[in-house]
Design a protein around this ligand. Structure first.
Ligand SMILES: Cc1cc2nc3c(=O)[nH]c(=O)nc-3n(C[C@H](O)[C@H](O)[C@H](O)COP(=O)(O)OP(=O)(O)OC[C@H]3O[C@@H](n4cnc5c(N)ncnc54)[C@H](O)[C@@H]3O)c2cc1C
Length: 460
C-alpha cells in the first residue's frame, strides 16, 4: 500500500521547506523533501535574504536592545492590527533564536543590516548573509541539506494530495514524479509550497484588485499546499493579503527601485498627470498604477537620484539598456517617454512648488529635494510579488480547521500559511515574507520532531 515511509515529509524546497527539514533532521529524524521543480530556489532565492529578528546578539553587540513584543507591535501597526496578535508574537519570539541558529548551527554567516532601516521598523533588525542575497541563503541551506544523511531530497516531485487516516489525521502524501505516482507514509507532513501568485484563477478569485498585474514570483507557486489543506478540512485566512510592487520595467523584467520616489521623484500616468501619494508604499501603490490608462506609470527623477542609485544591481543593469530616458527639459522628457509633454511640464511645475513637510493635494508630505536638470524617466508596470494569506495555523505552525481544531500531523509555514501581513497590500512590512517562511519553518520542524520523539517515548 505504501511505497516508502519516513518520519517527516516536507512539501516544497524553498526557504521554509529547507529550514523545516533541517530543524527536524537535527533532532535525528528521517525527513524527505519533495520539490516540484528541478531547482531549489523558490521566491526565497529571489529575495534580499533579509530576516527580521528582535533581541539577537548581533543587535546587542551594536547596543540595540529590543524585545519580540516591540517587533510584533511594529508589524501589527503596519497591518492595522489585522494579523493574529498571538501568532505574530510567536514568530517574533522565534526570530532571534532562528537567526542565531542559522549562524551558529548551519554556519551561514549572518550580520545586522545597518545600511538602512525599513519603514516602520523602530530599530535595525534585518539580518542577512554578506551578499544581502536570498540566492546565497538558499545555496547555503542547500549545502546543509546535502551534508545530512537523514534528509532525502526528491527533485521534480510534486506533492499532489494529503492522505488521511482515521479521524481525519494526516498519515502521508501522494507524489507525482515523471508520471510516476507514489504513496509515502509519514508521521508528520509540513506544507512549505508557498502561496498562489502563480495561479491566475486563484488570484482572480481572492485578490481581484491585483489580478491584472504581472506575477513576479516563482511560477511553480500555484497554491498547491493551500488547496491540499482545504481539501483536508483546513481553514484559510487573510487570503486577500499580498505584497505588490509598483515599478517593474516591463521590457527587461528588472525592478526599478522605489528609492527613485523616496529620494524625491514622482510618478505620472500616460497623460502626464500625478494620481496618488507615491510615498504610501510601493506595495499598495501598485493598485493605483493598475487603475491608470494602459495600466502603467512613469517614474520621473533627476541626475543626482540616478547617480546615487547606480549602486543597486538591478538599477545599474537597467542603466545599460534603453529603458531610462534622459532630457534637459520636461517637455523633451515627455516626448522621449511618449507621454503628453505639455501636461508633464505642468505637473512638474506644480510638483516643484511642494515643500518638504507640507501636504500636497494627494496628502504626500515628503519631498526630499527639488529636482534639477537633466531629468530622467522610465516606464513601469505594477507586479504581484507573492501572496501572504493561507492556511490557518497556531503558534506551533499546526494547521487548524474552521472551528480552530488542530488537523493532526499537519503543519504549514511560509506562503502556504496565513502570514503576519493582515488582509491588505498595505499590511506587508519588509521582511514579513522570510520571517513567516523561515520562522514558521523552524517552529514546524522542531514541533514535529518533538511530538514524534515524545510519542515514541510513550510507546516504548
Ligand atoms: C522578487 C521578490 C523579492 C522578495 N524580497 C523579499 C525580501 O527582501 N524580504 C522578505 O522577507 N521577503 C521577500 N520576498 C518574499 C519571500 O521571498 C517569500 O515570502 C518567501 O521566500 C517564501 O518562502 P517559501 O519557502 O514559503 O516559498 P518559496 O521559497 O517560493 O518555496 C516554495 C517551493 O515550493 C515548491 N512547490 C510548490 N508547489 C509544490 C508541490 N505541490 N510539491 C512540491 N513542491 C512544491 C516550489 O517549486 C518552491 O520551490 C520577495 C519575493 C519576491 C518574489
Amino acid at each position: 500500500m505504501w511505497d516508502a515511509e519516513v518520519d517527516v515529509i516536507v512539501a516544497g524546497g524553498g526557504g521554509c521547506g529547507l529550514v523545516a527539514a533541517l530543524a527536524a533532521a537535527e533532532k535525528g529524524l528521517e525527513v524527505a523533501i519533495f520539490e516540484k521543480t528541478e531547482f531549489l530556489l523558490g521566491n526565497t532565492a529571489a529575495s534580499a535574504g533579509m530576516i527580521p529578528a528582535a533581541g539577537t546578539r548581533f543587535q546587542r553587540e551594536l547596543g540595540i536592545v529590543e524585545t519580540p513584543e516591540e517587533m510584533a507591535e511594529d508589524i501589527l501597526k503596519k497591518n492595522h492590527y489585522e494579523s493574529d496578535p498571538d501568532l505574530t508574537l510567536a514568530v517574533c519570539k522565534a526570530s532571534a533564536p532562528l537567526v542565531e541558529w542559522i549562524h551558529d548551527s548551519l554556519s551561514i554567516e549572518m550580520s545586522l543590516v545597518e545600511e538602512f532601516k525599513y519603514p516602520g521598523q523602530r530599530n535595525y533588525r534585518m539580518h542577512a548573509p554578506p551578499s544581502r542575497s536570498g540566492l546565497e541563503l538558499m545555496k547555503k541551506l542547500r549545502k546543509n541539506v546535502a551534508d545530512r544523511d537523514n534528509i532525502f531530497l526528491m527533485m521534480k516531485s510534486q506533492v499532489t494530495e494529503l492522505i488521511l487516516g482515521d479521524n481525519q489525521k494526516v498519515i502521508g502524501v501522494v507524489t507525482e514524479s515523471d508520471g510516476n505516482t507514489q504513496r509515502i507514509k509519514a508521521k508528520k507532513v509540513i506544507l512549505a509550497t508557498n502561496g498562489f501568485g502563480g495561479d491566475k484563477q486563484m488570484v482572480q478569485r481572492y485578490i481581484p484588485e491585483i489580478s491584472e498585474a504581472i506575477y513576479f514570483g516563482y511560477e511553480a507557486n500555484t497554491g498547491d499546499g493551500i488547496k491540499m489543506g482545504l481539501q483536508a478540512g483546513a481553514a484559510a485566512e487573510n487570503m486577500t493579503a499580498y505584497q505588490g510592487h509598483s515599478a517593474v520595467n516591463e521590457g527587461s523584467g528588472l525592478l526599478v527601485t522605489w528609492g527613485t520616489i523616496m529620494m524625491g521623484g514622482f510618478m505620472v500616468n500616460v497623460s502626464g498627470n500625478r494620481f496618488e501619494n507615491e510615498t504610501m508604499g510601493y506595495s499598495e501603490f501598485a493598485v493605483e498604477v493598475l487603475k491608470q490608462p494602459e495600466k502603467c506609470g512613469f517614474l520621473i527623477f533627476d541626475q543626482a537620484i540616478y547617480d546615487s542609485l547606480l549602486s543597486i544591481e538591478d538599477f545599474k543593469n537597467l542603466s545599460e539598456t534603453t529603458a531610462f530616458k534622459k532630457a534637459d527639459t520636461m517637455e523633451e522628457l515627455g516626448e522621449r517617454l511618449r507621454i503628453d509633454p505639455a501636461s508633464l511640464a505642468e505637473t512638474f511645475g506644480c510638483f516643484q512648488r511642494n515643500e518638504n513637510g507640507q501636504q500636497d493635494e494627494f496628502k504626500r508630505n515628503s519631498f526630499e529635494k527639488k529636482l534639477e536638470t537633466p531629468y530622467y524617466g522610465v516606464k513601469v508596470v505594477p507586479a504581484l510579488f507573492h501572496t501572504q494569506g493561507g492556511l490557518k495555523i497556531n503558534e506551533n505552525a499546526q494547521v487548524l480547521d474552521e472551528q480552530g481544531r488542530i488537523i493532526e500531523n499537519l503543519y504549514a509555514g511560509g506562503g502556504a500559511a496565513v502570514g503576519v501581513s493582515g488582509r491588505h497590500a498595505y499590511g506587508y512590512m519588509s521582511g514579513n515574507g522570510l520571517l513567516a517562511a523561515l520562522g514558521f519553518g523552524k517552529i514546524a520542524g522542531e514541533h514535529a520532531a518533538k511530538t514524534i520523539t515524545d510519542e515514541q517515548g510513550v510507546a516504548k
